[in-house]
Design a protein around this ligand. Sequence first.
Ligand code: PMP
Length: 429
Amino acid sequence: MNRSEQLFERAKNVIPGGVNSPVRAFQAVGGRPRFIAKAEKEMITDVDGNTYIDYIGSWGPMILGHNHPAIREAAMEAAGRGLSFGASCPAEVEMAELICQMVPSIELVRMVNSGTEAVMSALRVARGYTGKNKIIKFEGCYHGHCDSMLVKAGSGVMTSGVPDSAGVPEGCAKDTLTAVYNDADSVRSLFSQFPGEIAAVIVEPVAANMGVVVPKEGFLSELRRICDEEKALLIFDEVITGFRLGFDGAQGYYGVTPDLTTFGKIIGAGMPVGAYGGRREIMEMVSPVGSVYQAGTLSGNPVAMAAGLAQLHILKENPKIYEEMNAMGDYFRAELSQLVKTAGAPCRVTGVGSLSCLFFTGEEVVDYRSAKTSDVSAFADYFRYMLAHGIYVAPSQFEAIFLSSVHTKEDVDRTLTVIEDYWKEKAHR
Ligand code: PMP
């Protein structure tokens, strides 16, 4: 047994399934998960000394690559002054000012510790503000593991074939209505079925937890129109897209303004951080100003804020990073599409900016139903080949391929070559 295998065996004795988050167990793809010893720029190294080009980037936050020196130093410097105060610190103010400045829809923002918390809190605010209870989400969108959002969810929930979770009381799920991604009529129809009862529509503006499914032209603006007509709030869950598609996230990229926005890990540059924010009058519902209670002992943690601020400042001062990273994404998708076509592989390439996906289906992927037509065992075969050849993509069909600003053309070309070799070898098996 190698060291990763030994660690996994030990882990299984003391951690459910040996992992602290389900997708890490490689359940959907088989084989043993790699335990990671260190990461630098676009590369990660496992405990057995194998090095991989990493296309997960800690599931999004490593926009500038792993272990960026300025971010590491900012975190270490902050740590030198104490790990947590349980009282306000200057970096929280700076972070909130920066977010409000860069994302025009946000006038007030509250820090939390994860994307799940951000979503859970934003939903509570939406309900408190509108005085209504029902929430519309989209099939295949993942918004963290809070009870009301584990209904037809994506990501690990989709991978393990459990659309709903045990332990979620019926009462919690009954106010969650599900619509079809990229189908505004399905949203309209829910509003007419439940007139005056719907507090908010929550959406991943680019769905990145059922693979990557981009919004069709007009879909997001139509959601905006419907919410205005129905006096419901529009919530963009930008845990994946925020500060990734551009400094003002998907809302800036697509030019549609939500009422509330949730952010996650990217704000902490990999430290455990989330945030939710929006218009002043809505966010003034939050305690201690308003009647919606929400709190967190470690929220606005000084070390996490320092790391996050360091990353956001670099991005703000170098807007070209987005241009270049998104252009690399375009290049990757164009080459990959060509390669798949030449190989005659029954695959679809989707994505936008630095988010991409290789779907193992011949169908155009526009929603949960079409994403589910993917051949997951074919994906698993491809995944194992990639890993064996030094390319670390997400261990599930229903996740994104994340590029960072430090992936080079050589990395991308090498990756494309491995994929090309995969199809050639497969043809000869
Ligand atoms: N929303 C979206 C869109 C996500 O992708 C995720 C997780 N990747 C979450 C919410 C939950 O975030 P966390 O895992 O930090 O709780």
